[in-house]
Design a protein around this ligand. Structure first.
Ligand code: HEM
Length: 372
């Protein structure tokens, strides 16, 4: 397997890289001249040749860097991740206006290289992530395959483990580098690991589906796959969450908030900036349940609460996820009180999330004390 380091050591490859870099610089300069038409493009930081604005974006938390840039360039701005031009939408009003009022224009789905590859996851302190992953995976499995797995089943453990790892890998800096320079894929360890996981899970899924096919009874629909097999349903995409939503793409030319955005431009509706919009939330950066309560303590809906996004591309699993969240949280909290492990104070807890394809809790331990 070619390693990135080996590539740089070989002089032929180095010449090739320099030649590609020159071509890219030429292309960049040329396209910046040729695209200087009258229409006003969204502003943004000046891109460097080849790297674009990569130096201004912290690859470990790109959403936070983009929120910061929106404070300088406004709610609609352009960044270049390498050669890739992205229009970023920030703040509740702007994201909503684009995804709801201009749903058609902003409703395309940008297929990033990694998504493309994917489609061709008072007792002893314990880490609660794994059982929650197993439980939610079993909900999906019951819907899709008509069966649930035992948590001790090694095949199930391996599948959930690989999915979890895949989601983590998608958010790593080297996969963002891959998004910008897809030709580097095979040289990146994380990309190779990710592909291995995806392939291994595909094999397992194939085994389950073959088994369902062999035992298919058209008069008895056991699950979604049976419905698919019998009625030839067309299921195309399965994805997950990211704090910038999954990249969108403009389906036609659009003039938005006075700026011209060309058809086919990648767009990030920055959900972090909506869920922490200072104009919408009284204390945007803290856990504060009274955001959702009126002066009488009654629940109120807040329009800026859009973790599932909005418009044509709104999360397909929203109602399922809402039900699961309600059932899991209410049944766990009714039965248990959760505390930090002995010796750890609440104020010492680190609530910084781990960035993957989505934001998830950093590995942690807690104690569950029975309320009975
Ligand atoms: C708390 C849980 C969840 C959250 C916060 C969430 C959030 C999101 C977000 C932000 C998007 C991107 C929307 C956009 O691009 O504008 C999305 C897309 C999607 N989600 Fe979820 N999601 C959750 C659970 C689920 C579940 C359980 C499923 C499946 C059963 C699911 C299936 C999908 C699919 C298929 C898409 C792609 C929709 C499309 O491309 O048209 N999600 N989700």
């Amino acid at each position: 397997m070619i390693m990135l380091e080996d590539l740089f050591q070989s002089s032929t490859s180095l010449c090739l890289l320099v030649a590609i870099a020159c071509l890219l610089v030429f292309h960049r300069v040329y396209s910046s001249f040729s695209s200087r038409d009258q229409k006003k493009a969204p502003p943004g930081p000046k891109p460097l040749p080849l790297l674009g604005n990569l130096l201004q974006v912290d690859l470990r938390r790109p959403d936070s860097s983009l929120v910061h840039l929106s404070k300088i360039y406004g709610p609609v701005f352009t960044v270049y991740l390498g050669q890739k031009k992205i229009v970023v939408l920030a703040g509740y009003r702007t994201v909503r206006e684009a995804l709801v009022n201009h749903a058609e224009e902003f409703g395309g789905r940008e297929v990033t290289p990694i998504l493309y590859d994917w489609n061709k996851g008072h007792g002893k302190p314990f880490n609660n992530s794994l059982p929650i992953n197993y439980a939610t995976s079993n909900v999906i499995s019951a819907i899709l395959f008509g069966k649930r797995f035992e948590y001790k089943d090694p095949v199930f453990q391996a599948m959930v483990g690989r999915d979890h790892e895949t989601i983590r890998l998608i958010g790593t800096a080297s996969i963002l580098v891959y998004t910008v320079f897809p030709w580097l894929g095979p040289c990146l360890k994380n990309w190779r690991m990710l592909m291995k996981n995806v392939e291994a899970n595909k094999e397992e899924l194939k085994r389950i589906i073959v088994n369902l096919k062999e035992t298919l009874d058209p008069d008895m629909c056991r699950c979604f796959v049976d419905a698919f097999l019998t009625r030839k349903l067309n299921l195309k995409r399965l994805a997950n969450i990211v704090p910038m939503a999954i990249p969108h793409k403009t389906s036609r030319d659009v003039t938005f908030q006075g700026f011209f955005i060309k058809e086919g431009t990648a767009v990030f509706p920055l959900l972090t900036s909506v869920l922490r919009d200072e104009n919408e939330w009284e204390s945007p950066n803290s856990f504060n349940p009274s955001h959702f309560l009126d002066e009488n303590g009654t629940f109120i809906r807040r329009d800026a609460f859009m973790p599932f996004s909005a418009g044509h591309r709104v999360c397909l699993g929203e109602s399922l996820a809402r039900m699961e969240l309600f059932l899991f949280f209410s049944s766990l909290l009714q039965r248990f009180r959760f505390t930090p492990p002995p010796g750890v104070k609440e104020e010492e807890l680190d609530l910084t999330p781990t960035m993957g394809f989505n934001l998830s809790p950093t590995p942690h331990e807690l104690c569950a004390i029975s309320r009975q």
